[in-house]
Design a protein around this ligand. Structure first.
Ligand code: ADP
Ligand code: ZN
Length: 210
């Protein structure tokens, strides 16, 4: 089973992708996490990606598509995978089709812009494993320490308020057209993002059973 999670930055798609990954025992593939890892390790792809990410822009397709292709070729993705943050443009979705990847369902997590802006200020991620948290809605057990790997949990550079607005604009211009793209292919399942993460998780599981 191959799934895609769509949604604005901060809509909670990473969190839901992780939940579904556990329940269905499929790897969650986050291009955002892979790019941050590449930046941290100073790889060629990371060097190319950094300035775009810091500005809230999309990283060029050839960089992201290359990373994604290598990742889904690994053994653990043979039985299926969950894409979080890819595709982010119609061109990327078309590249996926050209690779011969069939997508079963696309979960679109919908949250209003105002709520996105309110939420992002509280978002934190593990600098080591990429797990996502929120100071109010999904706190770590010990402050600043990742529950999963004990790494340090930090505010992402691109979660700063000025970058959040740029990312939202990019989302509406480049990524939102994918809603129509997958709707027309009969794959889209829209989930209304709830205040409580658990409620969104329940709706996400329901949407996948439909
Ligand atoms: P969010 O969904 O919260 O915006 P991500 O962690 O998915 O964050 O992505 C962070 C940044 O990484 C994006 O703002 C963008 O610069 C880059 N990025 C991630 N995935 C892609 C992609 N598929 N195409 C282009 N850029 C990407
Ligand atoms: Zn961690």
């Amino acid at each position: 089973m191959n799934l895609i999670f769509l949604g604005a930055p901060g809509a909670g798609k990473g969190t839901q992708a992780e939940n579904v990954s556990e329940k269905y025992n499929l790897p969650a593939v986050s291009t955002g996490n892979m790019l941050r890892e590449a930046v941290k390790n100073g790889t060629e792809a990371g060097l190319k990606a950094k300035s775009y990410m810091d500005a809230g822009d999309l990283v060029p397709d050839e960089v992201v598509i290359g990373i994604l292709k290598d990742r889904i070729a690994l053994d653990d993705a043979k039985k299926g995978f969950i894409l979080d943050g890819f595709p982010r443009t119609v061109e990327q979705a078309e590249a996926l089709e050209r690779m011969g990847v069939t997508i079963d369902k696309v979960v679109n997590i919908h949250v209003s812009d105002q709520r996105i802006i309110d939420r992002m200020s509280g978002r934190r991620v593990c600098a080591d494993c990429g797990a996502s948290y929120h100071i109010e809605y999904k706190p770590t057990s010990a402050e600043g320490v990742c529950d999963l790997c004990k790494g340090s949990v930090v505010l992402r550079d691109d979660d700063k308020p000025e970058t959040v607005l740029a990312r939202l604009k990019t989302y509406h211009e480049k990524t939102a057209p994918l809603i129509e793209f997958y709707e027309s292919r009969g794959k889209l399942r829209t989930v209304e993002g709830q205040i409580e993460i658990n409620d969104t998780t329940r709706l996400t599981f329901e949407a996948l059973e439909k």
